[in-house]
Ligand binder design. Structure first.
Ligand code: NAD
Ligand code: IPM
Ligand code: MN
Length: 355
């Protein structure tokens, strides 16, 4: 039997994950995927109750085919230690080096840019390296004495990880509009820059059919707004990919509709971790205003990666239908509640046959 681990997490995580589980129940009814879910309790409450304990990430990998993650982040844990344990632990220990963050506009109403006048102009994927850079935990703080407080955060970039994510990005570009943009800051980072640029150029030689492009991250942030249509696939390091993906999400309606998939291209048994780009949104907790679509869309990416094509197609159609309708949460200009949008997705999936 296949199981998927579900970590609802903190804040709105449990609220949006409840909708995903409802959608999954309907998918099971209609498509019989045989995927069971098991809820794991890792959250700020759990950490505060148990203290700072290790999580057996390898056991999660062994016992499950994928992880669905809500969000982790809670003001009671200001150093975010629990989130880093779980999110960083999964990404680094399971070598989930590729993080796909697609952004696709369904209806012009959801794009805030007045100069975007075709939905096709916003259809891009950010491919974020997911294990290295300043996320490796190298660095520290020196206090006291003169000049006082010094903090260091060291970015680590290995050729192995760069090759893996750049290759995944070229493959993805080849399956899409065949255009790949490398984003870095090689003008200010003379160690990381040449590694990324050199490997990008070397790997590009095997993909002569893919048009290559390069932007510094500051200019890329501007170009995403000026001319989103120029982007197909964007590959970036961990930190720049993180920042640009929140920005890019806004082109299609914002964090409420931004899904993500993290996977290890060499691991054929474990599909990966599927989570919304957004966080625990403390400002929305308990209001019923959280948009569940980003998590539903992440669930849909999981179905795709597990090869459950019909179920994936049905959920995608349901999301398209809901996004083009009027029953939307406040982030998309509507007045609907989290559970109403979840119910609508369920009904749309239930209407689809097994084709
Ligand atoms: P956030 O993504 O939680 O929220 C940013 C803004 O987007 C807020 O205004 C919020 O209301 C809105 N928003 C987010 N999700 C939404 C949704 N589903 N529907 C409608 N609006 C939504 O980012 P933040 O406020 O910077 O961080 C809050 C906490 O979440 C922090 O502890 C942070 O570390 C954590 N975080 C966790 C993850 C994760 O678990 N993957 C990701 C990002 C941030
Ligand atoms: C994300 C989040 C995380 C990250 C935080 C919570 C550590 O912003 O998944 O995008 O920076 O990767
Ligand atoms: Mn982020």
């Amino acid at each position: 039997m296949s199981t998927v681990a579900v970590i609802p997490g903190d804040g709105i995580g449990p609220e949006v994950m409840a909708e995903v589980l409802k959608v999954h129940a309907v998918v099971e009814d209609v498509f019989g995927t045989g995927l069971k879910t098991e809820v794991l309790p890792y959250s700020a409450d759990w950490f505060l109750e148990h203290g700072d304990v290790e999580i057996d990430i390898q056991a999660i990998r062994r016992d499950h085919r994928a992880v669905l993650l809500g969000a982790l982040g809670d003001a009671r844990i200001p150093d975010n230690r629990h989130a880093i344990r779980v999110i960083g632990g999964l990404r680094q220990q399971l070598e989930l080096g590729v993080n796909l963050r697609p952004v696709r506009l369904r209806t012009l109403r959801h794009c805030p840019l007045k100069h975007v006048n075709a939905v096709e102009d916003v259809d891009l994927v950010i491919v974020r390296e997911n294990t290295e850079d300043v996320y490796v935990g190298v660095g520290g703080t020196v206090r006291g004495g003169s000049p006082g407080h010094v903090a260091m955060e060291v970015g680590v970039h290995t050729r192995w990880a760069v090759d893996r994510v750049v290759t995944a990005a070229f493959e993805l570009a080849r399956s899409r509009r065949r255009r790949l943009t490398l984003v870095d800051k090689s003008n200010a980072m003379p160690s990381a820059g040449p590694l990324w640029q050199g490997r990008f150029r070397a790997i590009a030689a095997s993909y002569p059919d893919v048009e290559c492009d390069h932007l510094y991250v500051d200019a890329a942030a501007m170009e995403l707004i000026r001319d989103p249509a120029r982007f197909d696939v964007v590959v970036a390091g961990n930190l720049f990919g993180d920042i640009l993906s929140d920005e890019a999400s806004m082109l299609a309606g914002g964090l409420g509709v931004a899904p993500s998939a993290s996977y290890n291209p060499d691991d054929t048994d474990f599909a990966g971790v599927f989570e919304a780009v957004h966080g625990s949104a403390p400002d929305l907790v308990g209001t019923g205003r959280a948009n569940p679509l980003a998590s539903v869309m992440s669930y849909s990416l999981m179905l795709d990666r597990l090869g459950l094509r019909a179920a994936h197609a049905a959920v995608e159609r349901a999301v398209d239908e809901v996004l083009c309708g009027d029953l939307l949460t406040p982030d998309l200009g509507g007045t609907a509640r989290t559970d109403e949008v979840g119910d609508l997705i369920c009904r749309a999936v239930a209407r689809h046959d097994k084709d």
